[in-house]
Write a protein that binds this ligand. Structure first.
Ligand code: SF4
Length: 237
C-alpha cells in the first residue's frame, strides 16, 4: 500500500510562488500552480499549465518539504492553476496542507461543481472565476454548457457559506456598461457578497474581437455595479 506522500506525488504542479500577500485575502500565502485545465480562455494568463502532461515541477514532496520550513511564517496555501479541481489528487494534497497547520485557499473556474462539493470540508476560502452570464460561456472557455457548471458551482459554494470571492475578467464584447449591469445584477441576486472585476488583458486572438475596455472605479457603470456588493474590487490586468 502506498504512503500518503506517494499518493500525493501524483498531484502535478507547474510552479510555486513561495510568498504572496494578494492571492488569499488578508493572509500571507504560498501558491501552488496545478497542471491541467479543460477550458481554453483566450486571455489565459497560464496557458502553459493547460496541458496536464507537462513537466511536474516542483514535485509534490518538494512542495511539502518547503512548507514544513514555512510553518509559523505563512498563513495559507492557495491551490491555483490551471484548474486545480481537474486533478483527482487535490483533496489528499489539501488534507496534508491542513495537517501542517495552514489555511487552504482555492482558485477555480468551477468546471466540476460536484468536486467543489467534496472539497468543502478542506477549504477555508475560494476565489471563483465567473467569466460571464451562463448563456455566454461558450464564447469564453469555448466549451458548450460550461456556464451551467460554473454557475452551479457558485451555488454550491454560496449555499455552504464558504468564504468566497467571485472574480470576473470580462471579455471584449462582454465589458460594456449594459453587460456589466446585467451580470452584476444576476450575481447579487444569487447572493454574492464580494465581486472582483479583473481587467482583462489583450492577447493573441482577442485582438480580432476587439480590445478590452479600460475599466476605472470612477466609471458610473462600475460604481453602479459596485453598489450591489458588500465588497467590490477592481484589479488591473
Ligand atoms: S479556466 Fe483559467 S486556467 Fe483554464 S484556460 Fe481559462 S483562464 Fe486559463
Amino acid at each position: 500500500m502506498r504512503t500518503t506522500s506517494e499518493r500525493q506525488a501524483s498531484l502535478r504542479i507547474g510552479g510555486l510562488t513561495p510568498l504572496t500577500s494578494v492571492d488569499y485575502p488578508g493572509e500571507l500565502a504560498a501558491v501552488v500552480y496545478c497542471r491541467g485545465c479543460p477550458w481554453r480562455c483566450p486571455y489565459c494568463h497560464n496557458a502553459d499549465l493547460q496541458d496536464p502532461e507537462g513537466p511536474s515541477e516542483p514535485a509534490w514532496p518538494e512542495v511539502l518539504a518547503f512548507l514544513e520550513h514555512r510553518r509559523g511564517l505563512l498563513d495559507a496555501v492557495v491551490f491555483s492553476g490551471g484548474e486545480p479541481t481537474a486533478q483527482q489528487a487535490l483533496p489528499a494534497a489539501m488534507a496534508e496542507v491542513r495537517e501542517l497547520g495552514f489555511k487552504v485557499g482555492l482558485h477555480t473556474g468551477g468546471p466540476y461543481p460536484e468536486r467543489l462539493a467534496q472539497l468543502l470540508p478542506l477549504v477555508d476560502w475560494v476565489g471563483l472565476d465567473i467569466k460571464a452570464l451562463p448563456e455566454d460561456y461558450p464564447r469564453v472557455p469555448g466549451v458548450p454548457a460550461s456556464g451551467d457548471g460554473a454557475w452551479q458551482g457558485m451555488r454550491v459554494l454560496l449555499d455552504a457559506r464558504v468564504d468566497l470571492d467571485v472574480r470576473t475578467p470580462p471579455m471584449p464584447g462582454m465589458d460594456d456598461p449594459a453587460y456589466l449591469d446585467r451580470l452584476s445584477e444576476r450575481l447579487a441576486e444569487a447572493g454574492v457578497g464580494c465581486w472582483a472585476l479583473q481587467q482583462c488583458r489583450e492577447v493573441g486572438e482577442m485582438d480580432s474581437s476587439g480590445r478590452p475596455r479600460r475599466l476605472a472605479e470612477s466609471d458610473p457603470d462600475v460604481l453602479n455595479a459596485a453598489r450591489r456588493f458588500d465588497r467590490f474590487l477592481l484589479r488591473a490586468a
